[in-house]
Design a protein around this ligand. Structure first.
Ligand SMILES: [Zn+2]
Length: 511
């Protein structure tokens, strides 16, 4: 007899339907699996046979062949165990011949028949929903994640026997409810707030501008001045995530195995801060069966690189393209994998190797050492950073002052307004933010008055701005005007933009 069960595999962050076919024939008792399988999938045969036996199902002494198709895709992972076992049970007549055409089955099996959780459930179920399937049988521990997909009946099972008896109609399995998952998940708790940062008014304002226009930021300054304290709070003033954005982020965490069943939907903007010893693979993604790297885990959120000059130079180089494209393509012999990577880069660095410059009482570095240290950051990477800010150590007095500082919620309200203005303005341009304006679009969307142009010309001469520097000032000025809800870019906006373009300027900067 022949049987077929739908399963799924993940490539990049998208699913692909894989058909699991079983054929039972007279002949020498054998159990073979074919269909371009990686070694982890080949091992499934042994697991499935043992799990079937330990679940009380006896295999007839026949020749059983399993085929996973399409044949041109290399199959990875352990999620095919359950569908293979179900296909066998169907082919040997233990399961009734019911219509499984619109049902997805995924899950790993333990030798005792237990169904174990797997990674990538959300992208798989999401893809199968798009392909017209209406129900899925998944590991119990993954059911909440699967139920994030609207329009899918999700049945979570804990054992092979439970799955089989459910299909046989012996027991009932209640579907996991989509609405309840979405409602439980609708909390957004950062445990951090901008009101906790005392003083530092101009830095907080810089962060607000960055969040409003999605501008990349570089903070320079002595160690311990509060650079990471500010960076960590940036997600709290960025606009609330939409449901689609939450799903996109959750898919990436699902593939990476970073979801837990209680926290099925990620509602917070990610904040990732990899250590400077990170490898290329871990940063941008990679491996034989490519996995997302930190730049994708930071998608829709913040990637914080502390002590930027300490990062390996070529690690920083590999980030340039993804910053530009907002996604990363990883090519392998069999396929190309695309992972989204639309993050805001926030970098921080000391001004000298010892970290104390410009405090000359403490810093003993030579000018040559300082220059060399700052020169480690490549010009092309700096080109992608619109805001540079110098962080001064907080004054002793303001540590204890009781002034009430603005909360993240208040700042976010302005940021959200500025975002809406940008989205409306660029609705036909295929971009969302001022930071994405190139030379041509800048000319189209920013018309300066005579006074403003003179001011920019003045800054151009006085601060020795390059053409690129002028573009950066204009992009920032546009965001500042949007925060001001002003249609035109005015002198005050340009002056503030010049400040944030040049604040924290350092030696090797190409101006
Ligand atoms: Zn120093």
């Amino acid at each position: 007899m022949f049987s077929k069960i739908n399963s799924c595999a993940v490539f990049g962050i998208d699913g692909k339907v894989i058909s699991v076919e079983a054929d039972v024939n007279d002949g020498l008792p054998m159990f073979t699996m074919v269909g371009f399988l990686s070694s982890s999938v080949k091992e499934a045969g042994e697991r499935v046979r043992t799990a079937l036996k330990n679940s009380g199902y006896h295999m007839p002494p026949k020749r059983i062949t399993i085929n996973l198709s399409p044949a041109d895709i290399r199959k990875e992972g352990s999620g095919f165990d359950l569908p293979v076992a179900m296909a066998v049970l169907l082919a040997i007549g233990i399961l009734p011949e019911i219509d499984m055409e619109k049902t997805l089955v995924i899950g790993e099996l333990g030798l005792d028949g237990e169904v174990k959780p797997i990674t990538g459930v959300l992208p798989m179920v999401y893809h199968c929903m798009k392909m017209g399937m209406t129900s899925c049988i998944v590991p119990k521990e993954n059911e909440r994640e699967a139920a994030l997909v609207p329009g899918m009946k999700v049945y979570g099972v804990s054992s092979l026997q439970e799955a089989a008896e459910f299909i046989q109609g012996i027991i009932q399995v209640l579907p996991c409810n989509h609405e309840s998952i979405i409602n439980i998940g609708s909390k957004e708790d950062y445990n951090l707030d901008f009101s906790e940062v005392k003083g530092q008014t101009s830095l907080k304002r810089g962060m607000e501008i960055a969040a409003a226009g999605f501008h990349n930021v570089l903070m320079t300054g002595a160690a311990g001045a509060g650079k990471s304290m500010l960076a960590k709070r940036l997600p709290t003033i960025m606009p609330k995530l939409t449901f689609e954005e939450c799903i996109d982020i959750t898919k990436i965490y699902s593939i990476s195995g970073l979801l837990d069943n209680n926290n099925a939907l990620i509602m917070k903007r990610p904040f990732r801060s990899p250590h400077h010893t990170i490898s290329n693979h871990a940063l941008v993604g990679g491996g034989a069966n490519p996995r997302p790297g930190e730049i994708s885990l930071a998608h829709n959120g913040v990637l914080f690189l502390d002590e930027l000059p300490e990062f390996n130079k070529n690690v920083l180089e590999v980030m340039r393209q993804p910053i530009e494209d907002r996604c990363i393509t990883i090519s392998r012999v069999n396929a190309s994998y695309i992972f989204p990577s639309d993050f805001m880069l926030v970098a921080a660095m000391n001004k000298c190797p010892c970290g104390n410059y410009p405090n000359l009482k403490k810093c003993k570095c030579t000018p040559y050492e300082i220059r060399r240290y700052q020169g480690k950051i490549s010009g092309p990477l700096l080109d992608r950073i619109d805001i540079t800010m110098e962080v001064m150590p907080i004054e002793f007095g303001s540590l204890f002052q009781n002034e009430s500082c603005e909360s993240s919620e208040d700042i976010r309200a302005r940021v959200e307004t500025a975002r809406i203005i940008q989205q409306y303005r660029y609705k036909d341009e295929g971009i969302n933010f001022n930071s994405q304006l190139d030379g041509k679009k800048l000319k189209k969307y920013i018309k300066l008055g005579i006074k403003e142009e003179a001011l920019l010309m003045d800054a151009f001469k006085k601060d020795e701005l390059s053409a690129r520097g002028v573009y950066r000032v204009l992009r920032l000025a546009r965001t500042i005007a949007d925060l001001d809800e002003s249609k035109d870019v005015k002198s005050s906006h340009i002056m503030e933009a010049v400040f944030y373009k040049n604040n924290g300027k350092f030696y090797n900067e190409e101006v």
